[in-house]
Design a protein. Sequence first.
Lengths: 198, 188
Amino acid sequence: MNTGNTKVMNRFDVTSRLIAKLKNEEAVIGGIGNTNFDLWAAGHRPQNFYMLGSMGLAFPIALGVALAQPDRRVFALEGDGSLLMQLGALSTIATLKPKNLIMIVMDNGIYQITGAQPTPAAQVADIVAIAAGSGLANSAWAADEEDFERLVDEAMTASEPSLIAVRIDDKPGVGTTRRDPVQIRERFMHGLGVREPL
Amino acid sequence: MAIAEQHNSTQAAQASSDKSWHGIVLQTLKRNEISLIPYVPDRVLTPLIKNLHADPFFTTFATAREEEAVGILSGAWMGGRRGAMLMQTSGFATLANVLASLAVPYQIPLIMFVSERGTLGEFNYGQSLVCRTMRPVLDSLALEHHTITRLDELEFIADRSIKQAVTTQAPVALILNPLLTGGKVFDK
């Protein structure tokens, strides 16, 4: 894997750094498993959406939000194993070019939650090269936490979709999302200003 | 061959008519403010896809896989924009997991148009087998679905089903039968 001197970071720490930067009610879609557990643990926001299944759909869901609300920045957090399930989505996003969409891949090379089995890509594939080859030119590895924050800042004003890949350790998520899909969806819609509470 | 020719000439005659099945579908989508149309293509759907692309009201685009379209429409709905997806029978067969883990439990009014392959003159055994999985999957999740066979019933079924999906926050599958569309017939 051509990740150079990329530092191995921690998912919860990186997620917390992202959330701390959000000042404009940006939407955040958390992929299945540890990715959304750490989003939950970083502190619930009304603009957070947590997936409880449909592995691989964090980027497509975020694309839908981005197309519906082009003036809002939309972040998607996805694991490497999840992304491998839906690589075609990268080309769909590259074709539609929503400039308000920012994709973050948490790459530990394992299916941590099922017992830390290595993914088929772990030793051979480079997520950023795959993204670039799929047409997402604005794709980069974060070298360390500081570089991650810099890449997020750049993505906030980018004129095309951005993908930031982060090498992370093998730690599990630090929280557990409350598994209430209807409430998650309804509160997210309130957070996006689509609906008012009853 | 005669059937194929008859079918092709019928399609050509319908290309610009609002009273064709695809014209009615397009107008019904528009009337219900459904503007986002991801699809995985199908031969029978070609005139509909072509006309959707040509109409700036719609954002029409291909996805690499049907599951992607379910994700996109779920996100769009939550963001306040309505959409519908187009696919063929074999594409629907890839969706059981995301229907059961996203659209149904999160109460997303996912509107699906399925061009029905595998029946009434199917020439590919695999298509006829995969077709038999479609309604059992829909029924197992208690999803609303209608098989549309008649042009004079299309607008009523499509319009009412879209409104029901939105108001009850539940997915719906509208299955476009070969009796409506002409279907795809063997063509060497």
